[in-house]
Design a binder for this molecule. Structure first.
Ligand code: FES
Length: 271
């Protein structure tokens, strides 16, 4: 049952957008924050607020993997098993956690604390192998550190992302994704050292991004080159046609004068 308070928040989210329907994604996160997952009641509530069908809401909720139809534990623990993380140890971490937690993929521990899921690339390959807890990064993991992480989460100890922020519960994280800040946005850096290596090299060598004017000039120059190439194209086509015409004419002359073609036929006719 969606409470009146939650319904009011769903309406508030929809009202943030010129087209209320644009609010559906954060609205679904809000449903997860109060229900722990996307429930049929939550789908109906979103549909009612937006004036669309439950099937349309359901289509969105089942398309994106961040929306869960099954109950999620307090901590959604994701292990990246995409190519780079897999070869760097992600597969091993996932196998170890399944055994340690006694769950399969997308299953929750008996105490309701941890839901384990393998994830596709988190765009954090420079910190492979990477895990996420309620969408906070936990970088450069090993099977041992991963086991320690889930043990700490289950014991109720304060756990921090390797990038700084304290890890909150699944429902709390869902509320933030719905657009209700928890005040922790500035806990930790927005980018870690491995992601900033290129920036450091550029600073060392005095490289900088072009100004808007320089970028525009470069674009104009490219457009100019492209325009020139386009302008040349008809000339090239005309030359090719002319060349083909010349070859055809030459072939006709050769055929006419050849003793083995027209002449032979004429000879045959004569015989
Ligand atoms: S492959 Fe794991 S973050 Fe990219």
């Amino acid at each position: 049952m969606i409470s009146d308070e939650s319904l009011a928040e769903l309406r508030a989210i929809a009202a943030r957008y010129p087209q209320p329907r644009s609010g559906l994604l954060p609205m679904l996160h809000l449903v997860q924050s109060v229900e722990g997952r996307i429930t049929p009641e939550g789908i109906e509530a979103c549909a009612d607020v937006l004036g669309i069908s439950a099937a349309e809401v359901s289509g969105v909720a089942t398309f994106y993997t961040m929306y869960k139809r099954k109950p999620v534990g307090d901590y959604h623990v994701g292990v990246c098993t995409n190519t780079l993380c897999a070869v760097m140890g992600g597969d091993e971490i996932f196998a170890r956690l399944k055994e340690h937690l006694d769950v399969g993929n997308d299953e929750t521990t008996a105490d309701g604390k941890v839901t384990l899921e393998h994830l596709e690339c988190n765009a954090a390959c420079d910190y492979a192998p990477v895990m996420m807890v309620n969408w906070e990064f936990v970088d450069n993991q090993t099977p041992e550190s991963a086991v320690q992480l889930v043990d700490d989460l289950r014991s109720g100890a304060e756990v921090r992302s390797t990038r700084g922020p304290r890890i909150c519960t699944w429902r709390e994280a869902s509320r933030v994704l719905a657009g209700f800040p928890d005040g922790r946005v500035d806990e930790g850096p927005s980018a870690g050292p491995a992601s900033l290596v290129g920036l450091g090299i550029a600073a060392e060598r005095g490289w900088s991004a072009p100004s808007v004017e320089e970028a525009q000039d470069a674009q104009d120059a490219r457009d100019g080159e492209g325009g020139h190439a386009v302008a040349e194209e008809p000339e090239r086509e005309a030359a090719a046609t002319e060349d083909a015409g010349t070859k055809e004419a030459e072939a006709a002359v050769v055929e006419k004068e050849s003793p083995t073609t027209g002449t032979a036929a004429e000879k045959g006719d004569a015989q």
